[in-house]
Design a protein around this ligand. Structure first.
Ligand code: NAD
Ligand code: GLY
Length: 350
């Protein structure tokens, strides 16, 4: 993004753009860019082919060329969609991610995965495309609704679960010190600001380390540090999101359930000790209340698992734990169906 006389296509949504758009536009003007703006609908259901097509049309209509840039301003939905558009339009344009949700700061803006959902399932169509830069300003969390903060912390618990106790306990003590209800009010506080910056930095650094060694999530790599482990909790999460038409649960909330389920399943097949399951349940609980899912039909949820991205050689792969920071990849065929059902029932009812 060295060209200071080019165009910059900002991709955002109405809500985020109404809060931060003017500021970003002015910064771009001041740097010599001519910004144009494409706004997508707000919500996971807009991360689809139709919106991608409109975004690509917008870029062409505005004569965006390969020396211009795309700026993704928003949460993971905007980031995934804008990243996809940046990777395929003219075979690739410079991309700057400006994540404005906690989840996007610690996870989706880092690592270069882009995607849209299809009728068959979540994130089934996408690319690996590294941004030229990621600009994180934790001040944007000031306006984030509480549910979105919970969703972000659930992804942080996931990263702690697979990384090890230091990262998991950092999340636990952060939430103990700054209970969710006071989170937004604390933003003016300098000590809080320093701590949230350190928190986000530690999460980003863990994710970047994993991605560096297995950028394209190689199918053969099933080691404890393969990129696949970042999908801990996501097998059930994606199925829950699909079953509820991407409208009921925030992605991070679905991951909260996915973590609890994967921990319970790990215990039920003799991999994980109860004390570790209790620790994970406790930290997910501190992250905030998850919407109930006991009304969902388990059969529909399990049907949705069939299209999970982690299917290799026809076999779904579960990311489970044999300890905090000790992920293992277990083929579906090695897990008794009774253990899966018992774990699911236990999680949806508690
Ligand atoms: P989101 O993008 O839907 O944003 C959540 C909500 O917060 C939206 O309503 C948005 O308008 C609003 N919002 C965003 N920033 C705000 C701010 N600062 N103030 C007020 N409101 C704000 O959801 P998300 O949780 O950020 O992202 C979820 C998506 O990320 C999912 O599609 C998921 O699949 C994807 N994801 C991708 C990766 C990856 O590696 N690419 C990793 C994890 C998740
Ligand atoms: N969120 C999973 C990954 O980036 O690989």
């Amino acid at each position: 993004m060295t060209n200071s006389s080019g165009k910059a296509a900002i991709v955002s949504n109405k809500k985020v753009f109404s809060i931060y758009g003017k500021f970003v536009q002015k910064s771009l003007f001041d740097a010599g860019f001519s910004p144009v703006v494409f706004l997508i609908g707000d919500g996971e259901r807009y991360k689809d082919f139709r919106t991608l097509q409109s975004a690509l049309n917008f870029l062409a209509e505005n004569n965006i060329t390969r020396t211009d840039a795309i700026i993704a301003l928003g949460g993971g939905v905007v980031g995934d969609l804008a990243g996809f558009a940046a990777s395929v339009y003219l075979r690739g344009l410079p991309l700057l991610q400006i994540p404005t949700t906690l989840l996007a700061m610690i996870d989706s803006s880092v690592g270069g995965k882009t995607a849209v959902n299809s009728a068959f399932g979540k994130n089934l169509i996408g690319t690996f495309y590294q941004p030229s830069g990621v600009l994180i300003d934790v001040d944007t969390l000031r306006t984030l609704p509480q549910r979105e903060i919970t969703a972000g912390f659930c992804e942080a618990v996931k990263q702690g679960a697979i990384s090890g106790e230091p990262l998991l306990l950092q999340t636990e003590s952060f939430l103990e010190k700054y209970p969710l209800r006071s989170f937004r009010a604390r933003h003016a506080d300098n000590i809080f600001q320093g701590e949230i910056v350190r928190f986000v930095a530690a999460q980003v650094s863990f994710k970047a380390e994993i991605v560096r060694d297995d950028e394209r999530e190689s199918a053969e790599n099933t080691g404890a540090r393969s990129r696949k482990i970042l999908n801990f909790g996501h097998t059930l999460a994606h199925a829950l999101e699909k079953t509820t038409n991407y409208r009921y649960l925030r992605h991070g909330e679905a991951v909260g359930y996915g973590i609890r389920f994967a921990a319970e399943l790990s215990k039920n097949i003799g991999l994980l000790e109860s004390k570790d399951v209790n620790l994970l349940n406790d930290v997910v609980h501190r992250a905030g209340k998850l919407p109930p899912i006991d009304h969902l039909d388990p059969e529909l949820v399990f049907e949705a698992l069939k299209y999970d991205k982690k299917i290799v050689d026809d076999s779904l792969q579960w990311i489970l734990l044999k300890g905090i920071g000790k992920p293992v990849i277990v083929p579906h065929g090695e897990i008794p169906l009774s253990a899966i059902l018992a774990s699911f029932n236990s999680v949806i009812r508690s």
